[in-house]
Ligand binder design. Structure first.
Ligand code: HEM
Length: 620
């Protein structure tokens, strides 16, 4: 027997589904607009560089002018994060998943300072060796495909590498995403990768749960839509909820392991009165651990240990930094950079032995767990908050860099000119390195390792990554909300009221012919001194990492990782694109991703891999 509530729910669901189908199909598909990113660019061409769009019933001012975008990004700090739906009535899977990215006001400032030391120079130097190990492991996994002439989806393959990098850098553990996919150890890591993919793809208005557009259409009816969604969850919403739990439980279980190993390090008062959401996570964790004991408790044995040891100074300095940066007298996020640099000069922590289930002392998670309030000496962040930051790191570190790298590989494969120059830069580096090490070690059969100190040797590889980020910014939009009572004057005569929502649109102005010569051409030299004829007319026209105090905290991390991976991949392979992928089909979810992947055939390169013959002078 169906009751009145259920009948109303079904009726509304049918009505909403029809509305959504009409909305998405008519507006975009029938008008042959490939996605939201293209819709925005079409609006820019039609209406000018500032225009208003409606998402459901909510109005958003879109700023597609780089100078005005700068003003918005520097003057406004908070972003508005819409409500998130859950398949679970208590909504326990979705609170806090976005950590720093969703935080506001003073909470954001405190968190940003706590994150900062993990991205200071010393930490980045240490991460480079971990990134290099993951890039080499990715190349090893491509070796079989190269031998058999098999095609691979390089976007997904790169995702296993970026997730591997998150594991070793943020938590000091091996997620096993780069293990042989058929081995039992790989299963857990791949589950995490899949969960992250689900979070990104399910957030698409078109391809995600159909309750999300409903929320946009009826923002005042959040409790009702949430009730409806948890009463009649669709498949996408169930998958999304499960995926969020898997991601949250990685951080949560590591934190609990660390608390057990360090009973002296009390949790905050907030943790003692554990909110229901955390208790629910605990229950789910047990379920998950029953299924998957491996991933959550394995400590990493870092490949390339001698290099890691050599880099340990910088890394451990990062630990000192958190104490300094967490001081209450550090007043502004604008001091992040200076604070981190100063912190890098702090005395070193003593290296401590690590048990099998412990958190790497200098890792991102280790920094947050050890953060103390200077006045009280109490733990600075609750476990729920640290769990949220861990989830944020997983999500932010996984998809965006894999997107950027796959766009780079795609464009290199399309352009023999770009590939030749990249290979020349990489081979020249390999020859120098091999010649200098051969005397001590004998001829080497492996390409030269890429250390942090070598990153400056690849200006062209860096330009390739930047050009990929220009044409295909993974974050097509950044969002801000006006919080001041007096509003904000965007242009003379136009004052936005408190509460107004804005998007800045790098996807639009990074392809705008008013700022970029030959904007649709893939030309990395724009970013090199000799390419000034193709350079943008203003630096503000390139902001794939956003700008202002809220700019991406991981931008240098991401650029280093992308450069290392690109160099390692092209040391060993060139890539042949499967026909039929031009232009590349893109999908707008949380990020702009290749809709059906990027399919390439890796071809092993001879040059740079074979042993070099050492000139007698170098060998002597
Ligand atoms: C190519 C890779 C990446 C791109 C294109 C990218 C892009 C962005 C953009 C556009 C923003 C918003 C900036 C704004 O609103 O002005 C952002 C924020 C953020 N990103 Fe990234 N990102 C990348 C990699 C990473 C990585 C590797 C991490 C972490 C390891 C990370 C962590 C974050 C965090 C935590 C925020 C929120 C910062 C805040 O609100 O204070 N990102 N990113």
């Amino acid at each position: 027997m169906i009751d009145l509530h259920e009948a109303a729910a079904v009726g509304l669901a049918v009505f909403s589904l029809a509305t959504i189908l009409l909305w998405t199909t008519n507006r975009w598909k029938l008008r042959r607009i490939p996605g939201f990113h293209e819709y925005l660019d079409m609006c820019r061409r039609q209406y000018g560089r500032v225009f208003k769009i409606y998402l459901g019933s909510g109005a958003f001012i879109v700023v597609a002018d780089p100078h005005l975008a700068r003003k918005v990004n520097y003057r406004l700090i908070d972003r508005s994060i819409g409500s998130q739906l859950s398949a679970d009535k208590k909504g326990s899977d979705n609170d806090g998943l976005l950590g720093l990215a969703a935080a506001k006001g003073e909470e954001w400032r405190q968190l940003r300072m706590a994150w900062q030391p993990a991205f200071a120079s010393g930490s980045l130097a240490h991460y480079s060796s971990l990134m290099d190990s993951c890039a080499v492991r990715l190349c090893d996994t491509l070796e079989g495909a190269a031998k058999e002439g098999r095609e691979v989806d390089i976007f997904r393959a790169l995702g296993t590498m970026t997730m591997g990098v998150v594991g070793t850098t943020a938590f000091g553990i091996d997620f096993h995403t780069l293990d042989d996919p058929d081995s039992p150890s790989a299963e857990e890591g791949l589950r995490l990768v899949k969960a992250s993919q689900t979070v990104f793809s399910s957030s698409s208005l078109v391809a995600g749960t159909f309750y999300q557009p409903l929320l946009l259409m009826f923002p005042k009816a959040v409790p009702f839509v949430q009730w409806l969604a948890s009463t009649l969850p669709d498949r996408k919403l169930v998958q999304l909820s499960e995926a969020r739990k898997i991601i949250r439980n990685v951080g949560y279980s590591l934190i609990q392991n660390w608390r057990s190993a360090h009973p002296d390090q009390a949790a905050t008062g907030a943790d003692k009165a554990a909110p229901p959401a955390v208790a629910k996570v605990e229950a789910t964790l047990e379920e998950l651990q029953g299924e998957a004991p491996g991933l959550l408790v394995q400590a990493a044995t870092h490949a390339g240990a001698p290099e890691a040891a050599a880099d340990a100074n910088g890394f451990v300095n990062g630990v000192g930094a958190v104490e300094a940066a967490n001081g209450d007298d550090a007043t502004s996020a604008a001091r992040d950079q200076d604070g981190a640099a100063a912190a890098a000069a702090q005395p070193q922590d003593k290296p401590r032995p690590r048990g099998a289930t412990d958190v790497e002392p200098g890792s991102f998670l280790g920094l947050l767990l050890r953060a103390r309030d200077r006045a009280s000496g109490a733990a600075k962040f609750s476990d729920a908050s640290i769990t949220a930051q861990a989830s944020t790191f997983i999500l932010a570190g996984y998809e965006t860099t894999a997107n950027a790298l796959s766009y780079a590989v795609y464009n290199i494969a399309l352009s023999p000119r770009v590939q030749e120059r990249l290979h020349a830069e990489i081979d020249a580096f390999g020859r120098t390195r091999q010649a200098s090490t051969c005397a001590a070690e004998g001829p080497r059969t492996h390409p030269a390792p890429v250390t942090h100190a070598d990153l400056g040797e690849f200006p062209y590889a860096e330009a390739v990554v930047k050009e990929a980020l220009r044409l295909y910014p993974p974050a097509t939009l950044t969002s801000r909300v006006v919080t001041k009572q007096e509003g904000m004057t965007l242009i003379p005569g136009v004052t936005l009221k408190k509460g107004a929502n804005l998007f800045t649109a790098p996807y639009c102005y990074q392809r705008d012919e008013a700022y970029w010569p030959r904007p649709l051409e893939f030309a990395p030299e724009r970013f090199l001194p000799e390419g000034s004829a193709l350079a943008p007319s203003t630096d503000d026209a390139w902001t794939p990492f956003g700008a202002g105090p809220r700019m991406c905290i991981g931008w240098r991390f991401a650029l280093n990782e992308a450069k290392i991976a690109l160099v390692r991949l092209h040391q060993r392979f060139s890539f042949e694109l499967r026909p039929g992928q031009v232009p590349l089909k893109l999908r707008q979810g949380i990020t702009l991703s290749p809709a059906d992947g990027v399919w390439v055939r890796p071809i092993a390169r001879g040059r740079g891999v074979e042993p070099v013959s050492v000139p007698p002078a170098a060998a002597a």
